[in-house]
Design a protein. Structure first.
Lengths: 573, 243
């Protein structure tokens, strides 16, 4: 068929323009590569812009005893030891330099009295470690990166969506995409591709994620033959808004608790005393989310089915200064003045610990020419991510992915691929226009969100997960039949019919992995297997496509070197 | 359940018209919720930009009942209940489809602005006071509502000569960065048309981040331009020295 399409060529093509994608682009450019970066939305609107609390880096400006070893230990313990230890080490060692570099590019953080970067407390971090600027840290970071990228000469393809990776003999060599504005096609030739597309939260009904977070990068990699890892570990952030209905799921930053916020149930009890008396509100996210969920389930929830989060004991001016966007968010959307009374909060699907399996040093996936960084990649966070470790992840591994992709591109031969892949990609993307019938992609998405919310949520059972797999099968059939109205011009219904395929792939991967892991660890809680199983501490779930079907395998964890084991065994000293 | 009528612009660069949609109204609902309801149930091809739905990304700008606003922060119960709610695309930008406009001009303007460059040998110590002052400008979410409402762009179409309030805010953030060593006054005067702003403060009124654009960004920048190029003493000094 081959309708018209334009062709662009880059040494390194980065898919996704959040923190990881932009940092990767900057690094690849610094290595002399020609770089293109593709984003589904406008530049600067990626999820990084919504990150609130801060960026974790052991700079020791506030607590002088902090160092990379403690950060490493906190990260590993938070992830219940399932983390890739080498990634956790690199992350802890390199984060401070990445923050300083950001500041040299023009970012500004809140300061200590001495004029250094101020750091705040966060769940699971032994020391005050989060560099921040009020509760708008992500905005500061993405603006800094995007402005630098534009100045340095990155080609940005805005409102452009990749629907298929093009391959040549097992190596990724290009991408097929479409422009949202006119619905026209574009083919990218690239020597190396970095996936930095973020998470999968939009498959759940209650989520802090925007429309973009549909797991499409993971699905692209999976379809091209790359392995996905640890897909059962989906983080439910303990504090999302619960009222009014339209704002359900919108994030309430952990910085509220970092600044001294207290959680209470309907009866006014500070319930974290029961669940984690040592760390209380600043326990890890998996624990706090389960605690709130349990309080509500056992009848001690608030009027709208959440818990109270109260910061009003702090001075009003302090709250407005340290949590300005929270103040406005509640005032404008929920008629609540958080300087005077408590917020109502409950768990919301927030972050994907699992993703594309990568090599620690280079962020290369299991297939040639394909790299991944940020939320789309697996490994650093193990079974549970600590707050603040995401922004630092983006910078540390975004940079490493960009570096390795540029080096790979220097050695790689020119991009080539069989054009029949393009024909196939076109056909698939246009199919919903020729489908007759009345199946709406929006209706399928609503049903998918119910399935994942109700059957693959915070607490899981064998029965629920098996039922979810059956339901996902039915939704696949419905997705294939979904039809769209209107033209190819900026058509969100059409776009969703593609996104649904990606959401279904990652949802199936999550469910299959969750069913297999017969234990509770980090963010994965099985009611029928409530304890940690030492056998499962030694292996990852791997998802891979074989002969057109999704297959699950297990892969042993790599043994940790002696020196890191010692660090892990040490207590705070 | 209560219902409301929305009159939403449907069309593209060739023209179009408003279409009426009835939507159920839930407590606390915002206009973006209503648009999503229309997409999900009545018109799946309705083009709307949005991302965070929490006032942090600045994607969902439109003109609601004639006023430029973020639809995610515009509560239905704050609008008159007894009449239809009109939702139109931003007028100052070319239409693409429905509520989506072509804002690419903004990204081209941004490229003209020299980035942050630290002064040579500067010590990296910054006081919180300096951070607070600059943060007002750095909290801009690029919703472009200030660009939409500014009459220099909206009525006079000076896109080629005038950068618009958004980019004066950006430059104020750079110029007032405590460690920045560049000078952008000549650029403001000669290329970005700062002089065309006659401080009507429309931009400040529509800013969802409550940045005092005119008072805190534009006027101080105008003062810098005046100091550098129109100060009588300096001008005399230049003349004498034959510069």
């Amino acid at each position: 068929m081959t309708t018209n399409y334009e062709t662009r060529e880059h040494d390194v093509l980065v898919i996704g323009a959040g923190g990881a994608g932009l940092r990767a682009s900057l690094e690849a450019l610094a290595q002399g590569a020609s770089v293109g970066v593709i984003c589904k939305s406008l530049l600067g609107k990626a999820h990084t812009v919504m990150a609130e609390g801060g960026i974790a880096a052991a700079m020791a400006h506030v607590d002088s005893a902090d160092n990379w070893k403690t950060h490493f230990r906190d990260t590993m313990r938070g992830g219940k030891l399932l983390n890739n230890w080498r990634m956790a080490q690199l992350h802890a060692q390199e984060s401070p330099e990445r923050v300083r570099e950001l500041e040299q590019w023009g970012a500004l953080f809140d300061r200590t009295e001495k004029g250094d970067i101020l750091q705040r407390a966060f769940g699971g971090h032994t020391f005050k470690r989060l560099c921040h600027v009020g509760d708008r840290t992500g905005l500061e970071m993405i603006r800094t990166l995007q402005d630098r990228g534009v100045q340095q000469g990155i080609d940005v393809y805005m409102e452009c969506t990749v629907t298929r990776l093009l391959t040549d003999g097992g190596r990724v060599t290009g991408a097929f995409a479409y422009w949202r504005e006119a619905g026209r096609f574009i083919v990218f030739k690239a020597k190396a591709i970095v996936i930095a597309t973020g998470g999968i939260g939009k498959a759940w009904r209650i989520t802090s994620n925007s429309w973009e977070y549909t797991g499409d990068g993971m699905a692209l990699a999976y379809e091209a033959g790359a392995e996905l890892m640890d897909m059962e570990f989906v983080q439910f952030h303990p504090t999302g808004m619960v009222w009014p209905p339209g704002v359900q799921g919108i994030l309430v930053t952990e910085a509220v608790r970092g600044e001294g916020g207290i959680l209470r149930n309907k009866a006014g009890e500070r319930f974290m005393e029961k669940y984690d008396p040592k760390r209380m509100e600043l326990s890890t996210r998996d624990v706090v989310a389960r605690s709130i969920y349990t309080e509500v389930k056992e009848g001690r929830g608030t009027e709208h089915g959440g818990a109270y989060l109260d910061i009003s004991h702090k001075a009003a001016e302090y709250v407005k200064k340290k949590l300005p966007s929270m103040y406005h968010q509640f005032k404008e959307l929920a008629d609540v003045d958080i300087t005077k009374g408590p917020m109502e909060v409950g768990p919301t699907c927030h972050y994907m610990m699992g993703g594309i399996r990568v090599e620690a040093e280079t962020a290369q996936s299991t297939i040639s020419g394909l790299f991944a960084a940020g939320e789309a990649a697996a490994g650093l966070h193990g079974s549970n991510r600590l707050g603040g470790n995401s922004l630092s992840d983006l910078l540390v591994f975004g940079r490493r992915a960009g570096l390795a992709a540029a080096e790979y591109a220097k050695r790689a031969s020119a991009s080539s691929f069989d054009n029949s892949q393009i024909d196939q990609a076109e056909k698939e993307l246009l199919a919903p226009f020729s489908n007759s019938g009345t199946e709406s992609p929006y209706a399928v998405q609503r049903d998918l969100q119910e399935v994942m919310q109700n059957l693959v949520g915070i607490y899981r059972t064998k029965e629920d997960l098996e039922k979810a797999l059956v339901e996902l099968g039915k939704l696949k059939v419905r997705t294939a039949k979904a039809s769209v109205e209107g033209s190819r011009l900026f058509n969100p219904g059409w776009h969703l019919s593609y996104d649904l395929k990606a959401m279904l792939i990652v949802s199936e991967a999550v469910t299959l992995s969750a069913l297999a892991r017969t234990e509770s660890r980090g963010a994965h809680s099985r009611i029928d297997y409530p304890n940690v199983d030492p056998v499962w501490e030694k292996k990852h779930n791997i998802i891979v496509r074989e002969s057109g079907a999704m297959k699950r395998r297990e892969s042993p964890l790599e043994a940790m070197p002696e020196d890191l084991q010692q660090i892990l065994a040490e207590d705070r000293s | 359940m209560k219902e409301a009528t929305l009159l939403v612009f449907r069309g593209d660069s060739n023209g179009g018209q408003t279409i009426a949609y009835r939507v159920p109204v839930a407590p606390g609902m915002v206009v973006l919720d209503a648009l999503h309801h229309i997409q999900g149930h009545l018109a799946p091809d309705l083009a709307v930009r949005w991302n965070c739905k929490a006032g942090k990304c600045g994607s969902c700008s439109a003109e609601v009942n004639g006023r430029p606003r973020l639809t995610c922060k515009t509560r239905m119960d704050d609008l008159p209940q007894d009449q239809p709610i009109t939702v139109l695309p931003m007028k100052s930008f070319p239409r693409i489809k429905d509520l989506v406009t072509d804002v690419s001009w903004n990204y081209r303007v941004n490229r003209k602005i020299p980035p942050f460059e630290p002064r040579k040998g500067v010590e990296w110590k910054i006081s919180q006071l300096d951070v607070d002052r600059v943060q007002e400008f750095r909290k801009c979410i690029e919703c472009f509502l200030c660009q939409d409402v500014c009459h220099v762009l909206r009525e006079h179409d000076k896109q080629e000569q005038f950068a618009g309030p958004r980019f004066f805010v950006r430059i104020a953030g750079l110029e007032m960065h405590p460690l920045d060593g560049r000078h952008r006054a000549a650029l403001l005067k000669d290329q970005l048309g700062l002089g065309l702003c006659n401080i009507t403060k429309c931009c400040t009124e529509v800013c969802p981040e409550e940045i005092r654009i005119t008072d805190n960004a534009i006027i101080p920048l105008k003062e810098r331009v005046v100091d550098e190029f129109y100060d009588p003493l300096t001008m005399l000094f230049r003349k004498v020295r034959g510069q």
